[in-house]
Design a protein around this ligand. Structure first.
Ligand code: DC
Length: 229
């Protein structure tokens, strides 16, 4: 008798920052009762801890040791996730632009990426996982049931980041955010390991003209056509 192995469904959301992946992922996970992986937060925590501990962002070996033993916990609520490092809530520091920039630098190290693979796989638990990042569909979950790649113009992404950060009380400058987004895109799209690119079997969704509710409805429709929702 052959036993059918039940697979744990994964939906991957990849794309550059400001395309709405995080908001979309949290909404989908809450609606479906699935787990949520914010993989960018892992790279952000590596960057943040490296800075706090005086680890050089050019020292790939030291960064990968830090990544391999990252003392981080995610406490996911209805609308956001608190990020806890060694007992202290560091969510605000992890979300700010400096941590995003440090994350993009540490994420270019192959050894850092390798050190975080298992930790990301561990998020795949019943009843399913929504995974948000850059290489979810290409490297981490290549067998995902549905892969979405979100895009949007850099201008609209900068505007979204601006609103989001202002709402959270950060003092930000729109022109500076647009420049940061362009620099980060350049690094994320061009790096040698796991560059930001759609998987060949990804559904590409341009969100420049779409509100979050419309994007969510489209993804849910795609999930339904594949028997996932
Ligand atoms: O999604 P985010 O802005 O939190 O990601 C921060 C940085 O981390 C981003 O510039 C690229 C990197 N990153 C990555 O290389 N791979 C991932 N799966 C997620 C993020």
């Amino acid at each position: 008798m052959t036993r059918r192995v039940e697979r744990l469904p994964v939906v991957t959301l990849d794309g550059p920052s400001g395309t709405g992946k995080g908001t979309l992922g949290l909404r989908l996970a809450a609606q479906l009762g699935w787990h949520f992986l914010d993989s960018g937060a892992l790279y952000r925590v590596v960057g943040l801890l490296a800075k706090r501990r005086g680890v050089d962002l050019n020292d790939g070996a030291a960064l990968s040791r830090l990544a391999a033993t990252l003392p981080v916990e995610f406490q996911t609520g209805a609308s956001d996730t608190e990020i806890v490092v060694e007992g202290a809530v560091v969510t605000a520091a992890v979300r700010d632009e400096a941590a995003g920039e440090a994350a993009s630098q540490v994420a270019a190290w192959p050894a850092v990426r390798t050190a975080l693979v298992q930790r990301q796989h561990a998020f795949r638990r019943p009843p399913g996982l929504i995974a948000d990042g850059r290489d979810m569909g290409t490297v981490i979950f290549p067998d995902a049931e549905l892969k979405i790649f979100l895009t949007a113009s850099p201008e609209i992404r900068a505007e979204r980041r601006y609103k989001q950060l202002r709402e959270k009380g950060f003092d930000v400058n729109l022109a500076q955010l647009l420049e940061d987004i362009r620099n980060r895109d350049e690094r994320d799209f061009r790096r040698a390991v796991a560059p930001l690119k759609p998987a060949p079997d990804a559904e590409i969704l341009d969100t420049t003209q779409l509100g979050i509710a419309e994007v969510e409805a489209r993804v849910l429709r795609l999930m339904r056509t594949r028997g996932l929702a």
